[in-house]
Design a protein around this ligand. Structure first.
Ligand code: C2E
Ligand code: CA
Ligand code: CA
Ligand code: CA
Length: 280
């Protein structure tokens, strides 16, 4: 038995050492990628639920490695959030978005861009000041920019007063606010009222099963009712079929985002489609 315990503890030590090394080297890889500016955004259109017309787009980060491989956020965002490197990544994306949005607005002047942040970033006064400084530097960022953060991150770890102040200060330079993954998280009604979002993005789990499942269907109905009582626009995330699109439009959801309409795509493809679409 002692032998088993000893060998188990050796294995555990080795595994945690390997894990630590992996985390550590991921962190330094991310730092290299920040220095070389390897992060960029795919654009996914957000459309009018009734007409399909493009209204805006969400920027979804990707990492382009020197060898040409592109990795998705699931592989580096958790580490970047934990290390705080997400702050630099977001500033780089925003600066790039300033140029890209200028090109977009020449085609479609009121088109909006949504960029992902985290609640803890916005509760950080110093960081909010750096976001505001960048927005003041680029006129294209001073209108039709929505920042969204997820409800999945427990607000318990975030100073709500500081978050509220950060949101307000950014509102004063034109930013609008969306709550991501609405319905999956922990934000109570009073928190939602206090933070007064412009938009709620309904998590795709509700969208996917509400067509087939009566319970989810009624939950989705309640979410829509609650969202409208909070005087928010609603976006249905993850719309994959025509049936789902019809369904959410019938429920009164204003906007859709999902593979049924468009997949996230490189900026060049996005701008080409926007020019062809006549959505201006
Ligand atoms: P999210 O903010 O909820 O973004 C939506 C995700 O759903 C995206 O995955 C998108 O590609 C995917 N999606 C869109 N339509 C459909 C659909 O019809 N069906 C399905 N199954 N999926 C769909 P992606 O690009 O892999 O991003 C994953 C997550 O990574 C995002 O979830 C967001 O939480 C995070 N993320 C992405 N970019 C950033 C960023 O710049 N900063 C931060 N902090 N997080 C980011
Ligand atoms: Ca999002
Ligand atoms: Ca989401
Ligand atoms: Ca327009």
């Amino acid at each position: 038995a002692i032998l088993v315990i000893i060998s188990l503890s050796v294995i555990i030590t080795l595994l945690s050492y390997a894990y630590f090394n992996w985390r550590y080297s991921l962190r330094s890889d991310i730092q290299g990628a920040i220095n070389r500016k390897e992060f960029f955004a795919f654009y996914q259109p957000i459309v009018n639920a009734h007409t399909g017309e493009w209204q805006g787009a969400e920027l979804l980060v990707r990492w382009l490695h020197p060898n040409g491989i592109v990795t998705s956020p699931a592989e580096f965002i958790p580490a970047a959030e934990q290390s705080g490197q997400i702050q630099q990544i977001t500033l780089q994306l925003l600066e790039k978005a300033a140029y890209e949005k200028k090109i977009i607005s020449e085609i479609s002047p009121t088109f909006y861009l949504a960029i992902n942040v985290t609640a803890s970033m916005i509760a950080n006064k110093q960081y909010v000041d750096s976001l505001i400084a960048m927005i003041k530097q680029y006129p294209s960022l001073q209108h039709d920019i929505t920042l969204e953060f997820t409800e999945r991150e427990t607000f318990a770890n975030v100073d709500i007063g500081a978050l509220l102040a950060g949101m307000e200060n950014l509102r004063n330079v034109g930013v609008r606010w969306a709550l991501d993954d609405f319905g999956t998280g922990y934000a109570g009604l009073s928190t939602l009222q206090m933070l007064s979002f412009d938009t709620l993005k309904i998590d795709r789990t509700f969208v996917a099963s509400s067509v087939t499942d009566a319970v989810t269907h009624s939950i989705l109905g309640n979410i829509v009712e609650m969202g409208h009582k909070l005087q928010c626009y609603l976006v249905a995330e993850g719309v994959e079929t025509a049936e789902q699109a019809t369904h959410v439009a019938q429920l009164g959801i204003e906007f859709c985002q999902g593979y049924y309409f468009d997949r996230p795509m490189p900026f060049e493809d996005f701008i080409a489609k926007l020019e062809l679409s006549g959505y201006n």
